[in-house]
Ligand binder design. Structure first.
Ligand code: CP
Ligand code: NVA
Length: 306
């Protein structure tokens, strides 16, 4: 593995290796054991969109691994004034040991990986959010143990988070069910990829438009904002289209009684999820947020400990 641009870049074995290392690094961190596996290394982080969890977890993660992270708002570097990705990637390669990018167009992270000569990590594009999906599988494995026995249901917008989760669940051999409004399904290329992966891993993937059907007998219900970054103009329209897809107590009635609630955050209460659910005992949202740190440390070690 040379980069992490999307989850399906990984093999199943690589996915499970990352999760295993993440659990080990988490245990070390909790016990206060030093693990400076990236001593002297530098990660550059380019952000073209807002971030709380991604920015903090990468920055803290590099610090805990003995390296450093540099925050670069894309508007503050020459990229924002029209310098090409080719020139930016070639320049950054001379300074840093890895590049994390959060941006709009997924092709931009592909280009950074193609033109630069250091590992590139996708910190979210319009199409994928692989680091989030790794943290989510780490969270589910902590709750349930063997991921192959877990049914995860995603309800809402078939966006970047949904795309990466579907890829991750298929690689892990899980049961994954997704319900979106018609016209808001996951990306067609992701669906095609996942069908191929599922044949190899035995994953069960169900794609539908009915939230109740998706969550039936599930161990976890996941949702995300109805209006992702860059879609702000569609906010009102989306509120109307997605209202039947709110995760609330009634919907949880169709899942297992032990089912947990998951959300990548930031969340918008009383829209995609009720306050009662996200602030209730089922909610695992802050475990997911914490696991961003541990999962990404594992990714950085796999890519940059060379
Ligand atoms: N879940 C997530 O990526 O959060 P941020 O947008 O705060 O980084
Ligand atoms: N789907 C959301 C995820 C934020 C972490 C967005 O792209 O804005």
């Amino acid at each position: 593995m040379n980069h992490l641009l999307k989850i399906s870049d990984l093999s199943s074995a690589e996915l499970f290796d990352i999760l295993e290392l993440a659990a080990k690094l988490k245990a070390k961190q909790k016990m206060g054991q030093e693990h400076h596996l990236l001593r002297g290394k530098t990660l550059a982080m380019i952000f073209s969109k807002s971030s709380t969890r991604t920015r903090i977890s990468f920055e803290v993660g590099m610090h805990q691994l003995g390296g450093q992270a540099i925050y670069l708002n894309s508007q503050d570097i020459q990229l924002g004034r029209g310098e090409t990705i080719y020139d930016t990637a070639n320049t950054m390669t001379r300074f840093v040991d890895g590049i994390m990018i959060r941006t709009f167009n997924h092709q931009d992270v592909i280009d950074f990986a193609k033109f630069g000569d250091v590992p590139v990590i996708n910190g979210l594009t319009d199409l994928h959010h692989p680091c989030q999906a790794l943290a989510d599988l780490l969270t589910l494995s902590e709750i349930y143990g063997n991921l192959k026995d877990v049914k995860l249901a995603y309800v809402g917008d078939g966006n970047n988070v949904a795309n990466s989760l579907m890829e991750a669940c298929s690689l892990a051999g899980m049961t994954f069910s997704v319900a979106t409004p018609p016209g808001y399904e996951c990306a067609p290329e992701v669906i095609d990829t996942v069908k191929i992966i599922a044949k190899k891993t035995g994953a069960q993937i169900n794609i539908c438009n009915d939230a109740k059907e998706a969550v039936a007998d599930s161990d976890a219900i996941y949702t995300d904002t109805w209006t992702s970054m860059g879609q702000e103009d569609e906010k009102q329209k989306r509120k109307e289209i997605f209202k039947e897809y709110q995760v609330n107590d009634e919907l949880f009635g169709y899942a297992k009684s032990s089912a947990v609630f998951m959300h990548c955050l930031p969340a918008y209460r009383e829209l995609e999820v009720t306050k009662r659910v996200i602030d209730g005992v089922r909610s695992k949202v802050f475990d997911q947020a914490e696991n961003r740190l541990h999962a990404q440390k594992a990714v950085m070690c796999k890519l940059m400990c060379k």
